[in-house]
Structure formats: structure tokens, C-alpha cells
Design a protein around this ligand. Structure first.
Ligand code: NAD
Length: 419
């Protein structure tokens, strides 16, 4: 299928947004800054454990009005309404008339942003699309989409509507992740050559990939939860901003028990700049939690979650790891210097949960583009289907779609984020 901004996709989306876009409208990159706003009027869909936590964070942020809440389970919507009123805001409208009631929310509410923290994941794309086609920005919990086709749908909808579609990848704001980003910008590692990361969390997400794909007669094995490890790596490597993921090969270990997903999936990714990434999905075997975040450059290496670093010419002893403590003192990311206390006070994944929400709300209030865009959401999420295809074909190389349609070559790098 041709994913240029063609008449087909335009007409499809145009039908939903009415005539506002005009039939001759051209495609544009979905990173155009929106107008600033004093208050961000939010609708929240999916108020389970994650949604409840995000709501708590939202209610503590300046400039946020929670106007609508939605969950298929009426008690959850009611509980969210109560949380909002207890926080001193007017009672938001509750929506809980079934699994498609988010559409009514999007159709009838005057909102700036719809945040979606639903599970199962099959709802993420329909909710984001409903938000954007009714004139709201969309923010979605991870993963943004489960298939390449759905990733394209997000990209095309964001481009055609001019709305943001941000995946709430909280790991990009971890303290060690941002420290590494800052050190990379300062050139401490030299030229970046290789990263290793993985979702290695025993007992978590150990479910088959693609359960939402009814046409497939067999569940295949894959990396079914790639965004937490790959998001930070993609930002370190300037992916979609001067670099891109080129292709992937993937291999799965045998499966034990009655869960057909592999015990461990390992994928290798190569970038246009010739860097490599080892990416793990490892949730079935007993082990401590570890995202790894290994960074190897021409000048040194760190294993960020293990607090180990070696920088040639700087580390005191040759061939010997040192702790990263002194590097935190000297190279702490400016965002963490300014907001680390606030982030840690609220907690949640070491402050990453608060920062991801703070940064999105700040972007909307100041009229600046969010740190992560729809191209990031698509590029990071599509790994599940690509790895599945590679595993199913004896680890054959699978090309990444270029969701930016060539704009990765000229998009400016992310830069160091300020508070
Ligand atoms: N970023 C992170 O660190 C992180 C951590 C945990 C979960 N998550 C993500 O957050 C999402 C939610 O996870 P959770 O653990 O809160 O799940 P959960 O099962 O506790 O909650 C999901 C909620 O969504 C509701 N829901 C499902 N479909 C709906 C629909 N069509 N309309 C309205 N409500 C609907 C359910 O009733 C439920 O209340 C998932 O995408 C998960 O991957 C992210």
C-alpha cells in the first residue's frame, strides 16, 4: 500500500473532520507547533491502574482541567470523577456506555487533549484517531499501535488533521537516560556505535503478540513490548532526526509453559548511520528487572542501569569500570537539575511518569512541539510486527518503514530539553 498522503487517506479522514480541511490541502509534517494555551482541557479514557495514576499526576499539574473521563467500567469513571472534584475542579462528564463511548466523548466535548490509558491495546489507535479527527491532540499509553498498518494510520491522521499524537514513553525521562543523552551531546562517548537495551521484567507483559489480529491463524513470537527500551536509544541515536532505523533481524528462544510467546526474543537493529542495537524482550524467565541501557561509543561505554562507566582518558584506571556517581554530579541533564525534585516527589518510575506528563502539558501550554511526535510513536511501536515477521522467516532482515517519508534527513536533532 502506498503511504504517501494520497487522496484515499485524505478522503477517509476528511469525511470524519468535515470540510474544515478543504479538498486541496497538502500533507505536512505532523510536528507543526500548535497555538499556546493557558489551560489544557483534558479527556482521559481508560482509568485502570495506569489511568488512575496519570490522573493523579494531571491533577497536580498547573494549567490542567480534566473535563471528561471514560471507562467501560462505570465505577472506574465514577471514581475518576470523584478524584477530580476532590482536587477542587468541577465534576468532569463521565462516559461509560460501552467500549465505543470514547467516540461520544470526542464528538461532544470541547477538549484540547485526549489521553488514552486503555488495555487491551487494540483500543489505542481507534481512540487516538477519534481524538485527532475531532480536533483534539492525542496522547496514548504504550504501545501507540500494534501493527505497521495502524502506525501508518496514526501518521496519516496526525498529518491530515494537524494534531499531535504523542506516545507517553516515560522511560525517555529517566534520570540515567537523560544523563546519557547529555553526555552524548557533550561528546563524552565519542561517536555512538552500539546500544543494548531490553524490556527484561519477569512476569510482565508475557502475553502473545498480535492477539488483536484476527486474520492470523497462529500467534507468532515477537518483541511485543519494545517502546520502553527503544525510545531512549532512538533519541540518543537521533532517529527520525538525522538518522533512521534501517532494518531489523530477530530471533526467538523456545517457549516454555502454555504461553506460546518465546521465552526471550532478541532483535538486532541497524541504523542508517551504521550503528547497531541489541534489543531484548524477556518477561518469562526468573530474573531481576533491568532495561540495561548500554551505550558504546568510540570514546567509551556505560551500562546505565548497572551504574558502570568507562571513558577512555578520563576513567582513572584502564580497563576498569567506575561508578557513574561523579558523572551525575558533572553532567546531570538540565531538565533533571531543574525538575528532579518535583519528579521524585511525585514518584512513578523514578520520576519519569511525572516528567512525561509535565513535558506534554508544558508543550501545549507554550505552543512548542512535544518532545516525542507521531513518527517516534510509529517507529518505536512497529518493532513488534517487524520482529514477528523476521522470526517467522528464519530471522530474515525486515526493513523499517520510513514514516517520515524522507524528512528524517533534514529534521533537526531533539536538542537538550530545558525545564
Ligand atoms: N508507561 C508505563 O510505564 C506503563 C505502565 C503500566 C501500563 N502502561 C500502559 O497503560 C495502559 C493501561 O494499562 P493498565 O495496567 O492501567 O491496564 P488496566 O487493565 O488496569 O486498565 C485499563 C482500563 O481501560 C479500560 N478500557 C479498556 N477498553 C476500553 C474502552 N474501549 N473504552 C474505555 N475504557 C476502556 C478498562 O476498563 C480498564 O479500566 C496499557 O497500554 C499499558 O501498556 C504503561
Amino acid at each position: 500500500m502506498n503511504h504517501q498522503c494520497d487522496r484515499r487517506s485524505f478522503v477517509k479522514i476528511g469525511a470524519a473532520v468535515g470540510m474544515a480541511w478543504g479538498m486541496g490541502r497538502e500533507c505536512f509534517a505532523a510536528d507543526t507547533a500548535a497555538r499556546p494555551m493557558d489551560k489544557v482541557r483534558v479527556g482521559l479514557v481508560g482509568i485502570g491502574s495506569r489511568g488512575t495514576w496519570l490522573l493523579r499526576i494531571l491533577l497536580g499539574l498547573e494549567g490542567v482541567e480534566v473535563r471528561a473521563v471514560c471507562d467501560m467500567i462505570p465505577e472506574r469513571a465514577a471514581k475518576a470523577q470523584e478524584m477530580v472534584t476532590v482536587a477542587g475542579q468541577p465534576q468532569p462528564t463521565g462516559y461509560s456506555q460501552g467500549e465505543r463511548d470514547f467516540q461520544r466523548l470526542c464528538d461532544s466535548e470541547d477538549l484540547d487533549l485526549v489521553i488514552n490509558a486503555t488495555r487491551p491495546w487494540k483500543w489505542h489507535v481507534p481512540i487516538s484517531v477519534a481524538a485527532m479527527t475531532t480536533g483534539k491532540h492525542a496522547a496514548t499509553e504504550v504501545p501507540a499501535a500494534e501493527t505497521v498498518e495502524d502506525c501508518w494510520q496514526l501518521v496519516e491522521t496526525a498529518e491530515t488533521t494537524g494534531k499531535y499524537c504523542v506516545m507517553l514513553e516515560n522511560c525517555c525521562y529517566f534520570r540515567e537516560v537523560m544523563l546519557v543523552q547529555h553526555m552524548l551531546k557533550k561528546g563524552l562517548f565519542g561517536e555512538l556505535r552500539h546500544c543494548e537495551a531490553g524490556y527484561q521484567h519477569y512476569g510482565r507483559r508475557a502475553r502473545p503478540a498480535s492477539s488483536a489480529r484476527p486474520k492470523e491463524d497462529k500467534v507468532r513470537t515477537a518483541n511485543s513490548y519494545p517502546t520502553h527500551p527503544i525510545g531512549p536509544v532512538a533519541q540518543w541515536m537521533d532517529v527520525n532526526r538525522g538518522n533512521r532505523f534501517d532494518y531489523l533481524v530477530s530471533m526467538s528462544a523456545a517457549a516454555t509453559g502454555d504461553n506460546p510467546n518465546a521465552d526471550i526474543n532478541t532483535s538486532l537493529i541497524r541504523t542508517a548511520r551504521g550503528q547497531t542495537i541489541t534489543l531484548y524482550f524477556d518477561t518469562k524467565l526468573p530474573r531481576p528487572y533491568d532495561l540495561i541501557y548500554r551505550v558504546q561509543g568510540t570514546g567509551g561505554i556505560c551500562m546505565a542501569t548497572s551504574d558502570k562507566i568507562f571513558i577512555e582518558g578520563r576513567s582513572p584506571k584502564p580497563d576498569t569500570w567506575e561508578s557513574m556517581e561523579a558523572y551525575y554530579q558533572e553532567f546531570e541533564h538540565p531538565l533533571w537539575k531543574a525538575l528532579g525534585e518535583d519528579a521524585l516527589r511525585t514518584g512513578g518510575h523514578g520520576g519519569g511518569d511525572w516528567l512525561v506528563m509535565h513535558r506534554l502539558i508544558r508543550a501545549l501550554r507554550t505552543g512548542t512541539p512535544p518532545d516525542m511526535d507521531v513518527y517516534d510513536a510509529a517507529t518505536w511501536s512497529c518493532i513488534t510486527e517487524l520482529s514477528e515477521k523476521s522470526v517467522a522467516t528464519k530471522s530474515s532482515p525486515i526493513d523499517f518503514p520510513d514514516f517520515t517519508r524522507g524528512r528524517w534527513k533534514t529534521n533537526p536533532p531533539l536538542g537538550i530539553l530545558g525545564p
